[in-house]
Design a protein around this ligand. Structure first.
Ligand code: HEM
Length: 223
């Protein structure tokens, strides 16, 4: 088992499983965040965010999510270093890679680094403030909770902050476009027919996620 995890295939499998977990998280996170645009009193978003932050299932999921991100980032970096070393020792592999790969697949590591930087800023400004203080409290229908709506909308009133979010969403979309079908391929759930289908589904997923995350800061910039 230890040997398998250390092998290239084992590492790719771990990347895929953690990636699919993160893909699911992003859909849930996006659904919640879209509520920001549908009620400008903030009641809808605050109530949903409070539910997510207080229910026991989410309390279990939170550390799992942190582990999922860490595993995905660490194994991604290790695989990239190994691939670079392997490519360096083989002229053919280097040539083949450039010719056959699409831009996103060749730049997964750079897209990953951009998303990592975005995530650092995002977690510091949102998650840390909600968890460790710095967010006003509000009472909605007798329930006391954080006013996360005001935290988000105050930050999205700053144009360059919105720009960072739009760039982060585009980087995320490109990373997901390649990552989606690649994850299924690595766990053995892809063949010639399904590869095309998964690429199409991955494309739709990437556009929905990137578009969804980008439209929120743009909305608050305009309205
Ligand atoms: C419009 C874009 C986004 C908004 C408005 C937003 C909003 C938020 C808020 C308010 C929190 C704190 C939730 C709480 O603890 O109650 C949060 C946490 C978090 N966000 Fe985002 N987010 C956005 C985009 C993203 C993106 C693109 C990613 C991933 C690349 C991401 C990953 C996370 C993670 C990992 C956490 C910490 C875990 C959690 O609280 O669920 N977010 N986000």
């Amino acid at each position: 088992m230890k040997g398998f995890i250390k092998s290239s295939i084992g590492k790719k499998l771990i990347m895929s499983i953690s990636g699919l977990f993160l893909i699911t998280f992003l859909l849930v996170h996006l659904t919640l965040n879209l509520m920001l645009m549908f009620d400008n009193t903030g009641e809808l978003f605050n109530t949903a965010a409070n539910f997510m932050g207080t229910n026991p299932i989410m309390k279990i999921m939170e550390p799992m999510l942190a582990v999922g991100f860490l595993v995905h980032i660490i194994y991604g970096a290790v695989l990239e270093i190994q691939n670079r070393i392997a490519r360096g020792s083989s002229k053919y592999a280097k040539f083949d890679q450039k010719k056959s790969s699409k831009w996103a697949s060749r730049n997964m590591i750079w897209l990953g680094i951009a998303i990592f930087a975005f995530l650092g800023l995002h977690v510091a400004n949102f998650f840390m403030k909600v968890k460790f203080g710095g967010v006003a409290e509000i009472t909605i229908h007798g329930v006391h909770m954080h006013d996360t709506y005001t935290l988000v909308t105050d930050l999205f009133a700053i144009w360059w902050y919105d720009l960072i979010y739009v760039i982060g969403a585009i980087a995320l979309g490109l990373h997901l476009y390649h990552g989606f079908w690649s994850a299924f391929q690595s766990i053995g759930l892809s063949n010639d027919i399904w590869r095309k289908r998964l690429e199409a589904i991955g494309g739709i997923y990437a556009v929905v996620v990137a578009g969804g995350f980008a439209i929120i800061p743009i909305y608050f910039l305009i309205f």
